[in-house]
Design a protein around this ligand. Structure first.
Ligand code: ZN
Length: 190
């Protein structure tokens, strides 16, 4: 199944290598082709499948903007993220080097003991810009948080099971500060 008119995110299944020849922006794993970046799927006449990144002038982020970002590094009290795109302006990708920070106090309401229990390495997160100059982000609101989590053991996708996330591949159970629409896709309209 392909999502030709939607936005795909890294790890989205696009098809098999029997159907398509992998081009750029995708990777082949055991005959299955997945997106390796955020963008639009394009299929050529010769069945070469590529993901075209959304590149143009980086928008200036403002306080209150909602962005999709990827967790690049987790330290004791902060998560360093790379901002992939801005919701509502998916056609204007943020410069790829744009990094933001989520401080432990901005992850959710209430006290967070361990950041690693709320955010995971390589997770995709929907967050709000709370300081546009320092690029500080918050995931406190109900609709914000992790939208796609990666298993810390086997790198498989985690599926929501009530309030926790379970890995279908290795059965590991992990917790996250999940967005209320976790797993329902990003429902981005271009
Ligand atoms: Zn796993």
């Amino acid at each position: 199944m392909t999502k030709e008119d939607g936005l795909v995110v890294p790890g989205d299944f696009l098809g098999t290598s029997e159907e398509f020849t992998p081009g750029t922006g995708v990777y082949d794993e055991k005959g299955n082709i997945y997106a390796s970046l955020i963008g639009c799927v394009s299929i050529s006449d010769k069945r070469v499948i590529t993901v075209v990144p959304k590149v143009s002038t980086p928008p200036m982020l403002q306080e209150g903007d909602i962005v999709i970002c990827r967790i690049e590094d987790l330290r004791e009290s902060i998560a360093v993220v790379s901002i992939a795109c801005m919701l509502g302006q998916e056609d204007r990708e943020v410069a790829s080097s744009t990094q933001g920070v989520i401080h432990i106090s901005n992850v959710k309401r209430g006290y967070v003991n361990e950041l690693q229990r709320e955010l995971g390495f390589l997770d995709l997160v929907k967050a709000k810009v709370i300081d546009a100059r320092a690029l500080r982000l918050s995931t406190e609101d109900k609709d914000l948080g992790v939208v796609k989590a990666i298993c810390s053991k086997c790198k498989g996708d985690l599926k929501r099971k009530g309030n926790v996330l379970a890995c279908e591949r290795c059965k590991r159970v992990e917790s996250r500060k999940i967005a209320e629409d976790y797993g329902k896709g990003l429902s981005l309209r271009l």
